[in-house]
Design a protein around this ligand. Structure first.
Ligand code: GLU
Length: 469
């Protein structure tokens, strides 16, 4: 059997980290088994589905690298198919028209609740079809079996069993003619040959009902795994209050997809003590049976730690391709200045996120006239004019070709030695002059990145503006 899994989001909002983890597990399961992965957009809820949400889901899946082999399929394009099956089921009695009014259903519900019973449809219309004219409004219900139990083995939650007497006759087509989620999902999984349904635990109660529909369609019932929820670090349901929850917000905040993927795979699954997994390792080791059934708490600090790890260890050219997005996002024009991969190398140890890295590198691309006032106050002394003059004089002698950190470092050393002052008393005013800030990578590396012309010009500017005394 070739494994086929799917991710089937309803496009009613952005893709949040819980959905992304479910998608990841489903994707990994398919990849681990050399199977295929389907993306299906469950947009039957016309009122709540939006194109913006569809776009956001697709963008998030692409950013995460969760590639699909088939799709995206849209349920709204498959209404003919659902209706064809519903009509067949109506014809042979697997489904029936229900003419019960809202008022009757409400009264039934009230009575059942008053008796302390679970509200459920009583099957009233199972047997009175001929009393209605064909154009009378009605919905269609699935005739659920009356007897026996539905049992399935959930790969995460273990055995689940429910008596059919607990299940009522589900509406499969609403009065307005639109088929319902529980029906469409079964038809789709059947038509698309899905072998393993891996989805959020909020659907575990739907599964027995859906299994009955599979059986009524004569379809092979797939296997199921229901993934638990993600909670905030305070144990409450993850929400905006805990910071970012949408996948794209993590991109905007400066995380690498590798960090988020690695973080999410570990949140609820593990293999020994290993924390860092390459994609290939995840694919090789992933097992749905080892996914935890308890809810997991989102730990932003651990995600940050992983993000730093990937910023520092992935190929700088690759990291630079993500940094470029942030430079644009922050309106920094990178066409004149150091190569982004050089920025990554210089700042990897200093930046927690790519957003932060972009902020920290702005001075490499843009001139400025403002300086960090506290740094100026601390480091600009009576002799700073002389420090900058001496630096400028020596730096001017370093050619464009030789403008490398290793040739710039001796300049700072020489000035310090000549003036008999510490290196910091040269390096810090120089740094403030060249970057406008009190913090940057080593001053030699910084000057290399800022480049010869800009460095010399900025020393002159600082000399004039700050150290004219
Ligand atoms: N469309 C459903 C949701 O977004 C998922 C259905 C499924 O995976 O079976 O919650």
């Amino acid at each position: 059997m070739t494994v086929k899994t799917r991710f089937a989001p309803s496009p009613t909002g952005f893709l949040h980290v819980g959905g992304a983890r479910t998608a990841l597990y489903s994707w990994l399961y398919a990849r681990h088994h050399n199977g295929s992965f389907v993306l299906r957009i469950e947009d039957t809820d016309l009122e709540r589905s939006t194109q913006q949400a569809i776009d956001a889901i697709i963008e998030s899946m692409k950013w995460l690298g969760l590639s699909w082999d088939e799709g995206p399929f849209y349920q709204t394009k498959r209404f003919d198919r659902y209706n064809q099956l519903i009509d067949e089921m109506l014809a042979d009695g697997r489904a029936y028209r229900c003419y019960c009014s809202k008022e009757r259903l409400e009264q039934l519900r009230q009575e059942q609740m008053a008796r302390g019973e679970k509200p459920r449809y009583d099957g009233h219309c199972r047997c009175c079809q001929e009393e209605h004219s064909p154009d009378e409004p009605c919905c269609v219900r699935f005739r659920n079996p009356d007897e026996g139990v539905v049992h399935f083995h959930d790969h995460i939650r273990g055995d689940v069993e429910i008596a059919n007497s607990e299940l009522d006759d589900l509406v499969i087509r609403r009065t307005d003619g639109s088929p319902t989620y529980n029906f469409c999902v079964v038809v789709d999984d059947y038509d698309m040959g899905i072998t393993h349904v891996i989805r959020g635990e909020d659907h575990v109660n739907n599964t027995p009902r859906q299994i009955n529909i599979y059986k009524a369609l004569g379809a092979q019932v797939p296997e199921f795994a229901h993934v638990s929820m993600i909670l905030g670090d305070d144990g409450a349901k993850l929400s905006k209050r805990h910071g970012a929850v949408s996948v794209m917000q993590y991109r905007d905040d400066g995380y690498l997809p590798e960090a988020l993927i690695n973080y999410l795979v570990r949140l609820g699954w593990g293999s020994g003590d290993q924390e860092i997994f390459t994609l290939d390792e995840m694919i090789e080791k992933f097992s749905i049976d080892h996914v935890s059934k308890s809810a997991s708490a989102f730990d932003t600090n651990k995600l940050k730690w992983m993000n730093r790890h990937y910023i520092q260890t992935l190929d700088p050219e690759y990291v630079a391709s993500h940094l470029e997005w942030h430079m644009k996002d922050q309106g920094i024009d990178c066409s004149h200045g150091p190569k982004l991969s050089a920025v990554v190398k210089a700042l990897a140890e200093r930046a927690e996120t790519l957003k932060d890295m972009a902020q920290q590198s702005r001075y490499m691309y843009e001139d400025f006239t403002e300086y960090d006032a506290a740094a100026v106050k601390k480091w600009f002394k009576a002799n700073t004019g002389e420090v900058l003059d001496r630096c400028l004089e020596k730096l001017q002698q370093v050619s464009q070709e030789d403008w490398k950190a290793e040739n710039l470092h001796p300049v700072v050393e020489q000035v310090a030695a000549e003036m008999e002052i510490g290196m910091g008393k040269v390096g810090m005013p120089l740094r403030i002059a060249v970057t406008g800030r009190g913090v940057s990578p080593g001053i030699d590396v910084t000057m290399e990145l800022v480049g010869r012309a800009r460095t010399l010009e900025r020393i002159r500017q600082a000399r004039e503006k700050l150290a004219s005394a």
